[in-house]
Design a protein around this ligand. Structure first.
Ligand code: URA
Length: 207
């Protein structure tokens, strides 16, 4: 299937990508959520923010990062001087993977294979938006962008070069912070804030 994919023509606009993703059945998660959740933001954004996959709220509303993790991301971004509306915000995987427990839909992490299958779409978004900086939130996003698994604690703080000359900055996922409390939350929150501020500084430097 990967070979067929390479031959399939890459969509030429973000709107075309959105339509094509909705029709994608390359992995089993496509049957899982309500809809594919495409990225959103200016097509020439200098910053692309990449999460893992849509959650329950995102799946219902059809927009990335609108649930609890998105609210935390918005708050922390604002504090760090990142304007969300000027960034292109998307996910490594475009469908919500979950297990049903009663009425609740419980998030399940995508497998490496699912991330790698969906990577084609993120690459297509990146090829069109051409951000100068890509911020990966968490291990799934980092894997998608690098094509291999990296340790967040080792990768954070220093940009990694991507194939098109842009820079990849890696940090934790805001959902991780939501699962912590007390001193751990404070400590990790401060590190997250530091990572976001480093991205702001770098964006300014790049002009
Ligand atoms: N978590 C993500 O990784 N992405 C979203 O869009 C929402 C929650």
């Amino acid at each position: 299937a990967a070979g067929e994919r390479e031959e399939r023509e890459r969509p030429q606009t973000l709107a075309e990508i959105s339509d094509a993703i909705s029709a994608c059945r390359d992995c089993p998660i496509a049957e899982c959520g309500t809809r594919a959740v495409m990225g959103e933001g200016p097509s020439d954004a200098p910053l692309m923010i990449v999460g893992e996959q849509p959650g329950d709220q995102e799946d219902q509303q059809g927009r990335p990062f609108v649930g609890p993790a998105g609210q935390l991301l918005d708050e922390c971004s604002e504090q760090a001087g990142i304007d969300r509306s000027a960034a292109y915000v998307t996910n490594a995987v475009k469908h919500f993977k979950y297990t049903q427990r009663g009425k609740r839909r419980i998030h399940q992490s995508p497998t490496a294979k699912e991330i790698d299958t969906c990577r084609w779409w993120l690459e297509a978004e990146r090829a069109l938006a051409k951000p100068r900086i890509v911020l990966a939130l968490g291990a799934s996003a980092a894997r998608s962008l690098l094509g291999k698994t990296v340790s967040i604690s080792k990768a954070r703080g220093t940009p990694l070069p991507l194939d098109d000359g842009s820079e990849l900055w890696v940090t934790v996922h805001p959902s991780y912070l939501l699962r912590l409390d007390g001193a751990a939350r404070e400590e990790q929150g401060a590190l997250f804030a530091r990572d976001l501020s480093a991205v702001t500084a770098r964006l300014k430097e790049l002009g």
